[in-house]
Design a protein around this ligand. Structure first.
Ligand SMILES: Nc1ncnc2c1ncn2[C@@H]1O[C@H](COP(=O)(O)OP(=O)(O)OP(=O)(O)O)[C@@H](O)[C@H]1O
Ligand SMILES: [Mg+2]
Length: 222
């Protein structure tokens, strides 16, 4: 269970203070599929980053299975993230100089798996996302949809309990986007899945739907 307790995150740039998350409270049960929508600048990415431990709140707590993740020392937080959370981004964020296989292996290197084991898991995962024939391609040699499939393989090769995705289909054409979503859904049956999306139809397809505005959750259904 993910429990977000009155989380506040402000950003200050010069004299301007932005309330990116302004008192968010939310409980997400294990295995739930939650969509987060809302206009640009409403705090969706900030909320995902707080859940994924990439940003620290100014106040409030993010509890994952009872662990107050932002109280963990940096090293333990990195370990916790590596063991529990996968992240997929709109812009893929792959290492351009590395092959698909090497990109997928990255989180497994952090886990200190042997080279053989890493290779085996990464290869298996790339086969699952339909890229068994593209193992040695670098991101620049792959299509957009293929790049996103590499990043999905990277996010899921550690078998995370939670997958967070920030507009994973935002840079893809409609058909490729649908295929990518179907792929994510088929691979996250046992995961808690938090999806930020501007696509209304996609947002509506989630059993739990959240809408944000000005750093607050203005509606929650499901
Ligand atoms: N690192 C940062 N420094 C300063 N301000 C930031 C930072 N990150 C986000 N913000 C501000 O916080 C607000 C919320 O940003 P956030 O990225 O969470 O919005 P969003 O809902 O994801 O928007 P979009 O749909 O455009 O991706 C915005 O007004 C943004 O300008
Ligand atoms: Mg965003």
């Amino acid at each position: 269970m993910i429990k977000i307790e009155n989380v506040i995150k402000n950003y200050k740039v010069g004299e301007t203070q932005v309330h990116a998350c302004n008192g968010v409270r939310l409980e997400i049960p294990d295995g739930a599929f939650v969509s987060v929508s809302g206009r640009s600048g409403s705090g969706k990415t900030t909320l995902l980053n707080l859940i994924a431990g990439k940003e620290k709140p100014d106040s409030g707590k993010v509890l994952i299975d009872g662990v107050d993740i932002h109280k963990l020392p940096d090293k333990q937080l990195s370990k916790f993230r590596n063991e529990n959370i996968g992240f997929v981004f709109q812009s893929f964020l792959l290492e351009p100089s590395m092959t698909a296989l090497e990109n997928v292996e990255l989180p497994l290197i952090i886990r200190k798996y042997s080279k053989e084991k890493r290779r085996e898991i990464a290869k298996d995962m790339l086969e699952k996302v339909g890229l068994g024939e593209r193992l040695y391609h670098k991101p620049g040699q792959l299509s957009g949809g293929e790049r996103q499939r590499v990043s999905i393989a990277r996010a899921l090769c550690t078998n995370p309990k939670i997958l967070v995705a920030d507009e994973p289909t935002g840079n893809l054409d409609a058909k490729t986007g649908e295929d990518i979503m179907a792929l994510i859904r088929s691979l996250t049956k046992d995961c808690t899945f938090v999806l930020v999306t501007h696509d209304e139809e996609l947002a509506r397809s989630a059993p739990i739907r959240i809408v944000m505005r000005d750093g607050k959750i203005i509606s929650k259904n499901g």
